[in-house]
Design a protein around this ligand. Sequence first.
Ligand SMILES: CC(C)(COP(=O)(O)OP(=O)(O)OC[C@H]1O[C@@H](n2cnc3c(N)ncnc32)[C@H](O)[C@@H]1OP(=O)(O)O)[C@@H](O)C(=O)NCCC(=O)NCCS
Length: 202
Amino acid sequence: MTTPAPAPLTHRLATAEDLPALAALMDVAIGELQKGFLSPEQIAASRAIMGLDRQLIADGAYLVVEQDGVIAGCGGWSRRNTLYGGDHTPGRDAALLDPATEAARVRAMYTNPAFARRGVGRLILSLCEAAAGAEGFTRLQLAATLSGQPLYEAYGFEAIEAFEDDRGGVPVPLVRMGKAVAAPQSPLHHASHGPPPPMGEE
Ligand SMILES: CC(C)(COP(=O)(O)OP(=O)(O)OC[C@H]1O[C@@H](n2cnc3c(N)ncnc32)[C@H](O)[C@@H]1OP(=O)(O)O)[C@@H](O)C(=O)NCCC(=O)NCCS
């Protein structure tokens, strides 16, 4: 007997109705998937600088990836200046970026631990890159946790500078990373090997 193929990963834009489920997913991802990268004290401190950012959902730039109706992960991008952090993180800056001179942000990437290492993060990055490129951005930038850094390196981001954020009471290491936005695929190429459909569509 053959094992049935797993249901495909689908994606859609997050809405305000997703907020409780997304907050719960982020909570468990922060607690579970940073083990091995951070000490328990650093994980506790990282909650001050990670988590839900409603601005991303309001901007229509935050994605939910699902399999069979179960949320497998979430993440998004932003045309605003804030580089990282949740609603509760101080020092946010909602100023709009200039696509001609500034890098779009990749923000708030979290995978449900039950779906880790199944390509959810990579799928969200490809959708964010396509959406930012469609708005004229030529570069992406983000602040990586140590848990996120291997994903971003595998996707083609390069480290710009390492720094620490101690606003949670204990210094938490982060890495500012950047990547050029890949040129859009030609229609012919798109039809056979192109990136997934645009944000908000499956
Ligand atoms: C970072 C995170 C979103 C990655 O999500 P993911 O869906 O498991 O990532 P993917 O399955 O798309 O990984 C793609 C590739 O990235 C690399 N990668 C991802 N996680 C990795 C890990 N823990 N260790 C080593 N390489 C890793 C691998 O090359 C992987 O490909 P492979 O599985 O075929 O080897 C997830 O671990 C997470 O939620 N972490 C906690 C929250 C967090 O720190 N988010 C980042 C904020 S900047």
